[in-house]
Design a protein around this ligand. Structure first.
Ligand code: DQA
Length: 147
């Protein structure tokens, strides 16, 4: 089972960026924990972070024939990007949307997501454990190919 984790704009700054909202763990801390979780389930985890919308869309296209599931925290692109929605719909890989903070308890412009209605699942407001919960859900999906 191959799972791709994608983190969007500004999430490379986790640990230093608004820690009151996003916590003290770095992205490396989070990805290391997810890698250990995937390893113990016999799955392969890939991680991609970019601040550029086109790079994220290109990475999603690459995942079309290889990933069984995508876990994505699109950052601010959640609230703006029809292109990201279209890419995820195009590749037809089930995806889980994760947000560290509870976007529904924040500014009104964060309440709408262009992805949630086409996601396999959405986790908000649970901090880094949200990624682990999404990975647990992804590991329970049927696998496309044998590893
Ligand atoms: C976020 C929430 C978004 O509104 C924000 O733009 C982010 C992080 C979260 O993880 O809580 O960059 O996706």
């Amino acid at each position: 089972m191959n799972i791709l984790i994608i983190n969007g704009p500004n999430l490379n700054l986790l640990g230093r960026r608004e820690p009151d909202k996003y916590g003290h763990q770095t992205l490396t801390d989070i990805v290391d924990a997810l890698t250990a979780q995937a390893d113990s389930a016999g799955a392969t985890l890939s991680h991609f972070q970019s601040n550029a919308e086109h790079a994220i869309i290109d990475r999603i296209h690459q995942a079309m024939d290889t990933a069984d599931a995508i876990i994505i925290n699109p950052g601010a692109l959640t609230h703006t990007s029809i292109g990201l929605r279209d890419a995820l719909l195009a590749v037809q890989v089930p995806f889980f949307e994760v947000h560290l903070s509870n976007i529904h308890a924040r500014e009104s412009f964060r309440h709408h997501s262009y992805l949630s209605d086409v996601a396999a699942g959405v986790i908000v407001g649970m901090g880094p454990i949200g990624y682990a919960l999404a990975l647990t859900a992804a590991l329970n999906l049927p696998s496309k190919q044998q590893n």
